[in-house]
Design a protein around this ligand. Structure first.
Ligand code: NAD
Length: 294
């Protein structure tokens, strides 16, 4: 079997187009959703992500602001900036790019964000809303994007056994919540595996839908995948490759070529889940503006 490729670039573009159309309708009423991104330090990968978020916002017709701080910023300065953005009526959504330097208390920063503007969905209020299935919750963009891919590709989650490898707050746990809900793209039987799970390969082999988010290059091999399963690879890992102009290449958490021989559908890296994440961040910013009613 050679798996169907789930094309995140195409689906992400479709969603961004829908968001842009909704933003244009809002503009007709004199309203414009705004997203602020706060970045601390000069981690190259974080800078690339932040730049592409800003660009995507502008392309969708939204207002975009990037607030940059050196790695030496104090916690108080950062909290004061969040307070300003919380109070700014032109900003409907905000996020603080992670990771933050070690001297900053990340939890305190994330909890300072007004839950109504928390488009990453990391504030405990939104985490709780997601668990209870409150539709006003902001769903973390990466698992939300995975769910949209499944829905838009006609992959039935109802009654399916979904196995998630990885239990992070950003991906694994919210993914479990979304797949569990009694809603489209939900109603799955969900198993979450992690670094302490016993005999992970045999659990993975029971999956109809396997979502992998651990940050370990090509960890999932073909023998861990049931023939015909759908495989969603969230991982983005740099591996050294002297034959590449940059000296490295990106791989996922799944050994793509051999697994594609076994799976019925698979996401590539890059070009799979990554582009969905930005599309869903825009979707969340639109949701924030709609819910704010301004
Ligand atoms: P994380 O480091 O916060 O969490 C990793 C999780 O994997 C942990 O829960 C841990 O228990 C589990 N794990 C680690 N080693 C394991 C093992 N050997 N067996 C089973 N479980 C194991 O990671 P994260 O933030 O969830 O990110 C995971 C990956 O997804 C990374 O490669 C990251 O770059 C990528 N990511 C991609 C996007 C995107 O937009 N595509 C977004 C977020 C994260």
């Amino acid at each position: 079997m050679t798996a169907r490729i789930l094309d995140g670039v195409r689906i992400g573009k479709e969603i961004r187009g829908e968001v842009a159309a909704a933003v244009a309708r809002m503009a007709g009423k004199g309203r414009k959703p705004g997203l602020a991104v706060v970045i601390v330090g000069d981690d190259p990968a974080s800078r690339v992500y932040v730049r592409s978020k800003g660009r995507a916002c502008l392309e969708a017709g939204m207002h975009s602001e990037t607030v940059e701080y050196p790695a030496t910023v104090t916690q108080d300065e950062l909290l004061a900036q969040i307070d300003r953005l919380n109070a700014d009526p032109a900003i409907h959504g905000m996020l603080v790019q992670l990771p933050l330097p070690k001297h900053i208390d990340t939890d305190a920063v994330l909890r300072r964000i007004d839950p109504a503007k928390d488009v990453d969905g990391f504030h405990p209020v939104n985490v709780g809303k997601l668990v209870i299935g409150d539709p006003t919750a902001f769903r973390p963009a990466t698992p939300y994007g995975v769910q949209q891919m499944l829905i838009r590709e006609g992959i039935e989650t109802k009654g399916a056994h979904a196995v998630i490898i990885g239990r992070s707050t950003i991906v694994g746990k919210p993914m479990a919540g979304l797949l569990l809900h009694d809603a489209p793209g939900g109603n799955a039987t969900v198993t979450v595996c992690h670094s302490r799970s016993r005999d992970l390969p045999s659990i993975a082999r029971t999956a109809d839908i396997l979502v992998v988010a651990i940050g370990k290059p090509e960890f999932v091999t073909a023998d861990m995948v049931r023939p015909g399963a759908v495989v969603i690879d969230v991982g983005i890992n740099r591996v050294n490759d002297a034959s590449h102009p940059k000296g490295y290449r990106l791989v996922g958490d799944v050994a793509y070529a051999p697994v594609a021989e076994v799976a019925s559908a698979i996401t590539p890296v890059p070009g799979g889940v990554g582009p969905m994440t930005i599309a869903m961040l825009l979707r969340n910013t639109l949701q924030a503006a709609e819910q704010a009613g301004r």
